[in-house]
Design a protein around this ligand. Structure first.
Ligand code: COA
Length: 254
């Protein structure tokens, strides 16, 4: 199983469950999350959504093999539907992160309301190392929350950073021992689920509506660049190198 979905006590948990591949996300998994978010948005019985992986891994980001074999096409691709869905989701969204949170594993957090990290959490946005560019409107949202230089370090160098730095950057609310991160996220979700749903919806809408159009525009612009770059020789070299467990050689490209 790759994504588990369970609704209990008005909370829908979306769980990455592909431990042998560090919870890397395939197109089928994106489609399942996008569909789950869409039905959670419509279902009055769901008052909060929590996204988490295991105490060992959040997600290694896009599945490299799947990306190479089936590069996403256009706005109806599962990854695009997922990104638009998470950005527009109107109910409270909580995440718990332990272990690697690579690429979209980090950028999706910019669309969550509350984020809790275990001590092992390792965030990274290695888009340039993969011959790619940022997605999920992270090129707009990360500079906005963390400041330009810190965002440039994360998005241009792409080196991993830990949970304390993520908290300083404003990306996570609190850092906990790994075994407590997911239970704590569920506790916070429980508090949200007991509050008046309409009040939370309006509060979230008010916080987000001033930026919604800019986020949608940025996501579309990033998506167009990303789709082109995914087919570039640099990205193919990076992905082939990852799958062959060797270092990429970008010196051959000008
Ligand atoms: N896509 C496909 N497979 C992936 C993957 C990904 N994004 N991330 C990890 N895997 C696979 C590995 O190939 C390996 O498979 P194998 O056992 O069949 O060889 C397995 O998951 C375990 O990964 P491994 O690299 O051995 O674990 P690690 O603990 O040493 O490192 C990561 C974990 C996440 C730091 C490392 O796997 C990584 O950097 N992954 C690539 C992430 C990435 O570039 N994502 C963005 C894509 S746009």
């Amino acid at each position: 199983m790759s994504i588990r979905v369970k609704t209990e006590n008005a909370i829908t948990a979306i769980v990455f469950d592909r431990p042998d591949k560090k919870n890397a996300i395939t197109a089928a998994m994106y489609a399942q999350i996008a569909d789950t978010l869409a039905s959670a948005a419509e279902d009055p019985a769901v008052r909060c959504v929590v996204i988490h992986g295991s105490a060992q891994a959040f997600t290694a980001g896009n599945d490299v093999q799947d990306f190479l074999m089936n590069p996403p096409h256009g706005e109806d691709s599962p990854v695009s539907r997922f990104l638009r869905g998470i950005a527009a989701f109107g109910k409270p969204l909580v995440a718990a992160v332990c272990g690697p949170a690579v690429g979209v594993g980090t950028t999706m957090l910019l669309h969550c309301d509350l984020v809790y990290a275990g001590e092992s959490a390792r965030f990274s946005t290695p888009f340039t190392q993969l011959g790619l560019c940022p997605e999920a409107a992270s090129s707009l949202l990360l500079p906005a929350i963390a400041g330009y230089q810190r965002a440039a370090e994360a998005l241009m160098l792409g080196e991993p950073f830990g949970p304390l730095e993520a908290r300083e950057m404003g990306l996570v609310n609190a850092v906990l021992p790994d075994e407590k991160a997911i239970p704590y996220a569920m506790t916070q979700a429980g508090k949200l689920a007991r509050l008046p749903a309409s009040s939370l919806r309006v509060t979230k809408r008010l916080m987000k509506q001033g930026h919604a159009e800019a986020i949608a525009r940025q996501m579309a612009a990033e998506g167009a660049e990303f789709a082109t770059m995914l087919r570039s020789p640099e990205a193919r070299e990076a992905f082939s190198a990852f799958l062959a467990k060797r270092k990429p050689d970008f010196a051959q490209f000008s």
